[in-house]
Design a protein around this ligand. Structure first.
Ligand SMILES: *Cc1c(COP(=O)(O)O)cnc(C)c1O
Length: 833
């Protein structure tokens, strides 16, 4: 096979070559017009915005290809240790500007566009973002791809090329409605299909046992359905380096042979049906942020991409070395949550059944190759699959899992003599009720390292959901606090701030070493910097206001405090706590119009899982409150409430720069890390937040005086629940809280309908699983502090500058360096240009 990661090289004619690779304005212009003509069949005068975007995208891609090929060749030649990041989601966001920034040619491209008389911003807007993820977990994978390339670590991202990514959210009458995401409709210039790079993936059938020529007992899996996984490759540019890594996503197809066969036996409809079944696997992303009751197709998706990815790794290894003994030295596999944890069983199967290795050696390789990141603490979110489904879909893997379990539980019995309760808890099979396979246990047993995603989260992991494993293997546990890429979330999304930082620091080193932002600290009190800082923020707020004017009903006043909560809608994230505060403010203004308040615009954004009733009701409530408040002339100089539709990476890039205040108000102990919190703070927003996830570390870094803390700690919340939490007592004991809840229940926000929001208010009063009521007073008091602080601009801007200055730790470059040092032990391999 020559159709591998590395396309073929040719010696190109120099002038032509320059048109494809030259980075200056004139070559960009020339290349753009060429691409418009030869790829789109258009010339400037008649080109649509999409034509212009496609031509621009190909122009940029051309400039990445030479580096990509060189990178692949160098990695191969040196047989470099390679990180394989397995993730069911990559929430990439738009490529165009990001690649221009990473190539260092954003300015040249803008100039080229201007000279051609083009509207650069309109071209950028035309890109449909690949929304191949739900939220934080998928975005993390995308940030890590950016940082791996920037740190020059040989790496491949493996995932699924969903034909439909996360749905588009459209608000109709205040309710979320979902529209299919058709991101591929106009073509995807950033990917290169590799139709010949495909692997068979089996499902169903049965296993057979036989004796091989050496006399060893072997197993053969005879699946009843085989589909093909075809590779689609996207280049991932590092910032300011020659390295371009590979993101390889798998699309499912029917095997080539197939219609044919069926046609011969005359079963035409049967053939079409099977073809559709094969193609269904990579059709659509499940839109749930946290896993819910197992859908068969979801398990198929997981096995599909894991199997393709591992077969690809074996192919790469066998293409270089003749044997697989050193597989785990060549590859460090990172499992992004439990979604790819079938890798443990599949690697065992491939090594034993297909490569004829014995158990012990296969197990040695597997457990030294795999590493597992845990992303949740919600016990109900821990993924399990019924044994019955496994038996039907993956009979061979179930056998392997049973054997792993048998050997593992023997070890547990030796380690914890006589503790059968512990054996039952640690088993890969949950024997209670219907028998189920525990995916986190599978990943933990099959991995060399297990990590949490923030310091608090890792500690809680060790004490709760993974406690037994921690007690058995304390040395396996690590913390790697999440991070975000400052290229996308500062340079791309907030160019004015990036320019101001570069000017203030004297150079742009901060973009590849974010700790350089520390230099800003010295000037945090400087009035000139504060003034410039405020102008940058106001300009970003004006941009957002204009956008919201077009897309969300009205244009907020950039002089007001922009208070933003943007993330998936989830009860544990407590958007309704924010709403109770807003309703309380509204009542205060209505009752005493002279109450001293800081004018605010509350902005919400986020998608609800389509089947998550309570989350959808929260969206409706945001819009319902907005409708009343925004149309009440008595308050709307003080208070505005807006819902930004379709929160995704692109819209996030509009929000993060424009926020004054970032709402990170989850119930303590529920948010594993959060990454939105980091994006806001990097862009100079102050945080109002609980001691949850990475908030704890953010607060320690930016300084306790520069962070608005409220609410119970995780241990306090735990204790209060253990003692028997009675929300109705809190409700009856707090006048402000009771009147806010009652106002919602009264029908004021629902045209007199007292039933509409009852599920929400009843739930709060009678059950309140995320302790919204318990934290209400503390939150309101803290918001009062925010009000006062905002009215002292110098004080506020100083805090804002210090927030940005002290966010160095939260670059995903630091996270990746942590993984490299603690877990992967990989080395940078620079690509010279
Ligand atoms: C960063 C990001 C998230 C994660 O936000 P949290 O506040 O950490 O939950 C979700 N969705 C998108 C589009 C993001 O960019």
């Amino acid at each position: 096979m020559n159709d591998t990661a590395e396309p073929e090289t040719a010696e190109p004619d120099n002038a032509l070559h320059q048109t494809r690779t030259g980075l200056d304005r004139d070559h960009l212009k020339r290349a753009f017009l060429d691409n418009l003509f030869y790829l789109q069949g258009r010339f400037l005068e008649v080109a649509t915005t999409n034509d212009l975007y496609q031509a621009a995208a190909y122009t940029v891609r051309d400039r990445m290809l030479e580096r990509w090929i060189k990178t692949a060749q160098t990695y191969k030649k040196t047989n470099a240790r390679t990180v394989c990041y397995l993730s069911a989601e990559f929430l990439l966001g738009p490529h165009l500007v990001n690649n221009l920034v990473n190539l260092g040619i954003l300015e040249a491209a803008c100039e080229a566009g201007a000279e051609l008389g083009l509207d650069f911003d309109a071209i950028v807007e035309a890109e449909e973002e690949p929304g191949l993820g739900n939220g934080g977990l998928g975005r993390l994978a995308a940030c890590y791809m950016d940082s791996l390339a920037t740190l020059q670590i040989p790496a491949i991202g493996y995932g699924i090329r969903y034909e439909f990514g996360i749905f588009d959210q459209v608000i109709v009458d205040g309710w979320q409605t979902e529209r299919g995401d058709t991101w591929l409709r106009t073509g995807n210039p950033w990917e290169i299909p590799r139709p010949k790079l495909a692997f068979p993936v089996g499902f169903g059938g049965h296993t057979e046992h036989y004796t091989d020529t050496q006399g060893a007992l072997r197993t053969r899996w005879v699946p009843s359905l085989v589909v093909n996984g075809v590779a689609y490759d996207t280049p991932i540019m590092g910032y300011g380096v020659g390295n371009v890594n590979l993101l390889r996503l798998w699309k499912s197809e029917a095997p080539e042979s197939f219609d044919f066969q069926a046609f011969n036996v005359g079963d035409y409809y049967g053939a079409v049906h099977e073809k559709m079944e094969a193609e269904t696997i990579s059709k659509v992303l499940y839109p749930n942020d946290e896993p819910v009751a197992g859908k068969e197709l979801r398990l198929k998706q997981q096995y599909f991409f894991v199997s393709c990815s591992l077969q690809d790794m074996l192919r790469l290894q066998l293409g270089i070395a003749w044997d697989l003994d050193s597989f785990h030295e060549k590859f460090a596999i990172q499992l992004n949550d439990t979604h790819p944890s079938l890798a443990v069983a599949e690697l065992m199967r491939l090594l034993m059944d297909e490569q004829l290795m014995d158990w012990d050696q296969a197990w040695h390789i597997t457990t030294n190759a795999c590493h597992f990141t845990n992303h949740t603490l919600l016990p109900e979110a821990l993924e399990t699959w019924s044994v019955e489904l496994f038996e039907r879909l993956l009979p061979r893997h179930l056998e392997i899992i049973y054997e792993i379990n048998r050997r593992f539980l023997d070890q547990v019995r030796v380690h914890f003599f006589g503790d059968e309760a512990r054996v039952a808890r640690m088993s890969l099979i949950d024997e209670g009720g219907g028998r189920r396979v525990r995916m986190a246990n599978l990943a933990a047993v099959g991995s060399k390292a297990i990590n949490g995603v923030a310091a608090l989260h890792t500690e809680l992991l060790k004490n709760t959901v993974m406690r037994d494993f921690y007690e058995m293997w304390p040395e396996k546990f690590h913390n790697v606090t999440n991070g975000v890429t400052p290229r996308r979330f500062v340079a791309v999304s907030n160019p004015r701030l990036a320019a101001l930082i570069t000017e203030t620091c004297g150079d742009d080193r901060w973009l590849s070493d974010l700790t350089c932002l520390k230099q800003l600290e010295e000037q945090a009190e400087d009035h000139a910097l504060q003034t410039a800082w405020r102008e940058v923020k106001t300009a970003a707020k004006q941009d957002l206001a204009n956008w919201l004017g077009k897309h969300a009903g009205f244009t907020p006043d950039p002089e007001t405090l922009f208070d933003v909560q943007a993330k998936r809608i989830h009860e544990y994230k407590r958007q309704h706590l924010n709403l109770l505060h807003i309703v309380w403010l509204y009542e205060q203004i209505k009752q005493s119009p002279n109450v001293e308040l800081t004018p605010r615009t509350f902005i919400f954004g986020g998608k609800a899982a389509p089947g998550y009733f309570m989350a959808k009701l929260i969206i409706k409530l945001v819009n319902a409150i907005g409708e009343v408040v925004n149309n009440d002339p008595q308050v709307n100089g003080w208070l505005r409430v807006l819902f930004m539709p379709d929160f995704n990476v692109k819209n996030g890039q509009r929000l993060y720069p424009a926020a004054d205040l970032s709402e990170q108000i989850s119930m303590a102990g529920k948010e594993a890390s959060g990454t939105g919190n980091m994006k806001f703070s990097m862009n100079g927003a102050l945080t109002i937040g609980t001691l949850d996830g990475a908030n704890v570390e953010i607060r320690d870094e930016v300084g306790h005086d520069n962070f608005f803390l409220f609410g119970m700690t995780a241990p306090e919340a735990q204790q209060r629940q253990a003692e028997g939490y009675r929300p109705w007592e809190v409700y009856h004991g707090n006048h402000a809280l009771k009147s806010a809840v009652d106002l919602i229940a009264s029908g004021l926000f629902s045209h007199g309908d007292t039933e509409l929001f009852r599920p929400l208010t009843d739930n709060l009063i009678h059950s309140d699983p995320f302790m919204v009521l318990a934290d209400f007073q503390s939150y309101v008091d803290c918001q009062h502090e925010v009000d006062r602080a905002y009215r002292a601009p110098h004080h506020w801007h100083r805090m804002s500058i210090l927030n940005t200055a002290r966010m160095g730790k939260f670059s995903s470059d630091r996270s990746i360096q942590d993984y490299v040092d603690k877990i992967w032990h990989a080395a940078p391999l620079p690509i010279d240009l």
